[in-house]
Design a protein around this ligand. Structure first.
Ligand code: C2E
Ligand code: MG
Ligand code: MG
Length: 569
């Protein structure tokens, strides 16, 4: 077997340039250094510059005499320092006067070696150390920066931000978060290569900006950039400039940005928290279609505190049964009289201090941090137990649909858990309906199609919720395994006034017919809407017209009315 040879970093010979106008000095240094490295030579600054450019990538160190004809060492140092690619090559200055040492260090020299050269071991050690330091610097630079854009990584950005705060504690600072709107679509529509170019261009614009404003920046993740700069108040103009530069460079005016700004950030909280606030402002931007910016203000701060409170209170609320499941009936309107077809389980939070909190306030929040799963499981169990109670009490099955959040779809135990829930309550899977919002289908269609297929094979029926609010293509729809389409409420709101909305609803009904699934209209509030929907062929209706979501004891009355055939039509 061949033995592996360990190649230590220090055993590799590097290329070193010795620049000196005196041939005896060149020879002497060359003799010492060539024990460990390959040496090349130049006789003055001008010649050295040529050699350096020729060996740009290979050169590990320059030993530079200061006093030379044509171009002296100072001049060469200055040129090297101002050249972005040559700047990385360390320079050791060769000098006989100590006054020159300070000046050369100021000009960017890494070290100096005093003349005459009477201690070869010391010279070799200094050469070794300078090369090592420069190489370590390159490694640090590479781990500090993001490979695609060259901006800092998030971790180093925060570290440098904290250092900045330490040295300039009295400078008012702004935390900015810049995001590209709907970037995943940019990638999808124009390709990854274009996406990468767009990300690099944004980074270049940001870098130019932070260089001139004494700030720092990082690419935090995919299409999100963090910028930390001394306070200013011209962001509206800046955002405009940034968009102009971007459009000139990339020639795609359909890309838009949102900017979240936390001005004069509170320095008593950690820098990461300051950027959380800028992030909240960024999420709050008005539009996801055009460029806009938003400031973190007291209103957002209050909302953040309120959200924090909801998150903190959730576990206790579950224990104390502050959450209650309400039920809203869905009526089948295809026959002469509307018939109670099923119900939707909708959660309500009766908070002891905040009063009734609507799901719109906490579901999206809990979806963000994963808490929603716990809550959903609670609702799913309650709903199944309620179907069982109604069955026992009235001898009928009222199928109940529960909402399944998008993160539930990724839970490998989802199927087993739902099966356990229906079995524990002695129900068949067909008595239990699942609502999955359309946008979840577009997020990750293959994963969701897999999961939904399995659930349907178990007998569960799956309704696509909020249909029309996501971005399903007709192609995708045809491949989707679903049992009903629930139209987004927005279409129903103006159906009696707006010809366009009516046409939209008609179209959705046609799509549902094509898919051979019933269509459910949600948010039906008036008799006029109900009659119109019946006329154009809608199958099932859910809305205040029949009933608001009500607690189970009130829902009993709806079942009793149904049994006595007293439903309004
Ligand atoms: P959704 O699933 O689309 O539920 C329908 C929403 O429309 C409910 O709002 C319902 O009260 C409301 N609604 C029904 N009929 C009418 C009407 O005629 N007019 C108007 N203006 N509104 C009507 P709610 O209960 O506030 O729930 C909002 C959203 O919160 C739900 O939208 C659903 O996405 C989510 N949600 C509710 N409960 C749960 C839950 O247990 N788990 C999960 N993951 N999400 C839930
Ligand atoms: Mg729903
Ligand atoms: Mg809905």
């Amino acid at each position: 077997m061949l033995e592996k040879t360990a190649v230590s970093k220090n055993t590799i010979r590097r290329k070193v340039l010795v620049v000196d106008d005196e041939s005896v000095n060149r020879k002497l240094l060359g003799f010492i250094i060539s024990k460990e490295h390959d040496v090349i030579y130049a006789e003055n600054g001008a010649q050295a510059l040529e050699v350096i450019r020729e060996n740009e990538r290979l050169l590990s160190l320059i030993l530079l005499d200061l006093l030379m004809p044509e171009m002296d060492g100072y001049e060469l140092l200055e040129i090297l320092r101002n050249d972005p690619t040559l700047r990385r090559i360390p320079v050791i200055v060769l000098t006989s006067e100590s006054s020159a040492e300070v000046k050369s260090l100021q000009l960017g020299a890494a070290d100096f070696i005093p003349k005459p050269y009477d201690m070869p071991e010391v010279i070799l050690a200094r050469v070794r150390r300078s090369i090592e330091l420069a190489e370590d610097n390159i490694i640090i630079h590479e781990t500090e920066t993001d490979a695609l854009t060259g901006l800092y990584t998030k971790q180093f950005f925060f570290q440098y931000g904290r250092q900045y705060d330490h040295y300039f504690p009295d400078t008012p600072m702004d935390a900015l978060v810049l995001n590209i709107n709907r970037f995943h679509l940019v990638n999808e529509l124009f390709g990854r290569e274009f996406g990468n170019r767009a990300l690099q261009t944004v980074a270049d614009i940001i870098r130019e900006f932070t260089d001139s404003t004494n700030g720092i920046a990082c690419r935090c993740e995919a299409d999100m950039y963090y910028i930390y700069i001394p306070h200013r108040d011209d962001y509206s103009r800046l955002l405009g400039e940034c968009i102009n530069k971007f459009n000139k460079a990339v020639d795609n005016s359909r890309i838009s940005f949102r900017l979240g700004i936390y001005e004069n950030a509170d320095m008593s909280i950690d820098i990461e928290q300051r950027f959380d606030r800028a992030n909240i402002a960024c999420t709050n931007c008005r539009s996801s279609y055009s460029s806009s910016y938003s400031l973190y203000d007291t209103k957002l701060h209050e909302r953040e505190l309120y959200n924090e409170r909801l998150i903190n209170d959730m576990d206790k609320a579950l224990e104390e049964k502050q959450f209650r499941v309400f039920y809203q009936p869905k009526y089948n309107i295809t026959g002469d009289k509307p018939r109670l077809a099923s119900a939707e389980a909708l959660i309500r939070w009766f908070h002891p201090e905040l009063g009734m909190v609507s799901p719109g306030a906490f579901i999206p929040l809990f979806e963000e941090n994963g808490l929603v799963q716990k809550l959903d499981r609670y609702v799913w169990r309650e709903a199944a137990a309620q179907i069982k109670r109604w069955k026992d009490e009235y001898g009928v099955t009222v199928p109940v649909s529960v909402n399944v959040s998008r993160i539930d779809i990724y839970d490998p135990e989802l199927e087993a858990m739902l099966l356990d829930i229906v079995r524990t309550n002695g129900l068949g899977a067909d008595e239990y309906l699942l609502e999955v919002t359309e946008s979840a289908y577009t997020d990750n269609s293959s994963q969701i199609i897999d999961t939904v297929n399995k659930l349907r094979a178990d007998g569960f029926r799956v309704e696509m919720d909020d249909f029309g609010s996501g971005y399903s293509s007709l192609n995708m729809l045809a491949a989707l395994p679903i049992d009903a389409l629930k139209m987004d409420m927005r279409f129903i709101r103006n159906i009696c006034q707006s010809e366009k909305d009516l046409r939209m609803v008609e179209l959705i009904i046609e799509i549902a017919e094509f898919l051979k699934v019933p269509v459910i209209a949600e948010g039906v509030e008036t008799e006029e809407q109900y009659r119109l929907l019946k006329q154009i062929g809608c199958d099932i209706i859910q809305g205040y017209y029949f009933s608001k979501p009500v607690p189970p004891e009130e829902f009993n009355r709806l079942i009793e009315a149904e049994n006595k055939e007293e439903v309004k039509c």
